[in-house]
Each structure stands twice: as structure tokens, then as C-alpha cells.
Design a protein around this ligand. Structure first.
Ligand SMILES: Nc1ncnc2c1ncn2[C@@H]1O[C@H](COP(=O)(O)OP(=O)(O)OP(=O)(O)O)[C@@H](O)[C@H]1O
Length: 262
């Protein structure tokens, strides 16, 4: 694919505080692809994600979107193209589900209630409904966030991000703290969006969930140890090099399965 529609890290070096957390990462993220970023704790995954969003400026190298350095994009252009679901995202407890999803439209802010910053349009309404439907949150759209389980909240945050109609969705550990069913639901919702053309970059710890991505980027000590389709990256050798754990990798019902041997 030409660089015209790509999100790219080009020889990216990023510091987290004083620590060189990302050291020379180059990777292409495509629309209509689900890329999982994996690697051990401290490998630089979150720092890479924040740099891709323009939230952590690189020390050297650059992030490009559509072939243009991200620093040339205005903040508004960036936030309409790239949506972010942070780890443990803070959501106003007293807000109702629908209001949180509406915040994703960038038409207002929250302070004891939704404060509009521009008139609400039919397009906004349609985007919010679509996001509620596609994350199966419409049935509790009038409930307060404080009344929801962790898994339900995560779906609402996902709906909020999707309501923006981004071109890329960047997710930091979206399945953390979710039970198996909720975690699989998140992956299923993501896959549906990807089929519709969304580019997804998700930091995942569960290698068996990551195996459901189209492409993996395995980080180790701030560098790319391996990148490619899951069966090329989830190998015993790469996983031992990254995690220091011996694993066996098998294929069951057409899916890769990583089993620790320790
Ligand atoms: N503000 C900071 N000051 C110093 N070091 C930091 C800071 N933030 C992060 N780091 C370090 O940078 C490295 C990469 O952190 P990062 O959060 O990107 O890793 P990660 O792969 O997302 O880890 P995890 O899987 O544990 O969330 C870690 O070693 C971390 O301790």
C-alpha cells in the first residue's frame, strides 16, 4: 500500500520521562487492518501508542499520517482522524451512557451535565445511535455510568470512541479486567469495524486474543523484535526472547494457541 492512507512510525524514538521507552520503531498501520502491539511489561507499548496519537512528541524520527508528518496536522485534524481508548479511561460517574457516547462527537464537554459547544446535528445523532448499536449498549443508554459493570463501561468507552467516526482507533489494553465473554465481545466489535475499513491498533497482553489480529508488532525493550501475521510472530523463539518464558504454540480449530510450558 502507498503511504497515502497509512499511519506510520518512522524510526521513532520516544522518551517516557527521562527513559528511552521507544527506540527506533518503524511500523506501518493500515486502514481495514487490526494490528495488535504485544510485548512484556515495560516494552514501550503504551508509549508507542501515545506517540502515534501525537500525545508524546518523539525525540527523533516521526509519525506520519497519509504520508504527512503528524506534527503538521492540527489538533482538530488529529482528533477527527485518530480516536483513543486509554487504559482505565476516566468517565464521569454521574453521566448517562448516551451522554458519554455523545461526548465522542466533540460537540460538548462534561461538567455536572453535557455543555454543548456547538449545535447538535442529525449526523451527530446518527453517529451516536450507530455506535450504541454496534457495541450493544443501546439497551442501557439511559443508565448512569456509576450503575454499570466494568465490562459494560468498557463497551461505552468503545462506543464513545467509535462515535467520532475516526479512521484509526488506538486502544490501550481494551480487554484488561474483562471476563472472557466481554473480552471476546470487544475483539468482535473491533473486527466488525475493521471489516468496515477502520484501522485498529490495540495493545494487548493476552497472546491468545492477540492471535485474532491481522498483524502483530512484538516490542521488546523499546524495539520491534518481530512484526507480521500472528503465525510468524507468535513463535516459541520470539516469545522466549521477549518474555523469557518457554511456550508451545499449537493450532486448534484454526486458531493459534500459546501455552506456557513453565
Ligand atoms: N514518566 C516516566 N518516567 C520514567 N520512566 C517511565 C515513565 N513512563 C514510563 N516509563 C518507563 O518506560 C518504559 C515503557 O513504558 P510503557 O508504559 O510504554 O510500557 P508498556 O509496554 O506499555 O508496559 P505495560 O505492559 O507494563 O503497561 C517502562 O520501563 C517504564 O517504566
Amino acid at each position: 500500500m502507498t503511504s497515502a492512507r497509512l499511519l506510520q512510525a518512522v524510526d521513532l524514538h520516544v522518551r517516557a520521562g527521562s527513559f528511552p521507552a521507544v527506540r527506533g520503531v518503524s511500523a506501518d498501520f493500515e486502514p481495514g487492518r487490526f494490528t495488535a502491539v504485544i510485548g512484556p511489561n515495560g516494552a514501550g507499548k503504551s508509549t508507542l501508542l501515545r506517540a502515534l496519537l501525537g500525545l508524546s512528541p518523539p525525540e527523533s524520527g516521526e509519525v506520519r499520517l497519509d504520508g504527512q508528518p503528524l506534527r503538521h496536522w492540527t489538533r482538530a485534524q488529529r482528533s477527527s482522524a485518530l480516536a483513543y481508548l486509554a487504559q482505565g479511561e476516566a468517565v464521569p460517574e454521574s453521566a448517562r451512557v448516551r451522554d458519554v457516547v455523545a461526548l465522542g462527537r466533540g460537540a460538548g464537554s462534561w461538567k455536572w451535565g453535557l455543555i454543548p459547544t456547538r449545535p447538535w446535528t442529525d449526523e451527530d445523532e446518527e453517529a451516536v445511535r450507530g455506535a450504541l448499536d454496534r457495541t450493544d449498549t443501546r439497551r442501557f443508554e439511559h443508565r448512569k455510568i456509576s450503575e454499570l459493570s466494568g465490562g459494560e463501561r468498557q463497551r461505552v468507552s468503545l462506543a464513545r470512541a467509535l462515535a467520532a467516526h475516526p479512521r484509526y482507533l488506538l486502544l490501550d489494553e481494551p480487554t484488561n479486567h474483562l471476563d472472557l465473554a466481554y473480552a471476546l465481545d470487544v475483539i468482535r466489535y473491533v473486527r466488525c469495524e475493521v471489516a468496515g475499513g477502520l484501522g485498529v491498533v490495540a495493545v494487548l497482553h493476552d497472546l491468545n486474543l492477540a492471535a485474532r489480529a491481522d498483524r502483530l508488532v512484538l516490542l521488546h525493550q523499546g524495539q520491534v523484535l518481530a512484526a507480521g501475521p500472528p503465525d510468524e510472530v507468535l513463535t516459541p523463539d520470539y516469545l522466549h526472547a521477549a518474555y523469557g518464558v518457554r511456550v508451545s504454540v499449537t493450532r486448534t480449530a484454526g486458531r493459534l494457541l500459546v501455552i506456557p510450558e513453565d
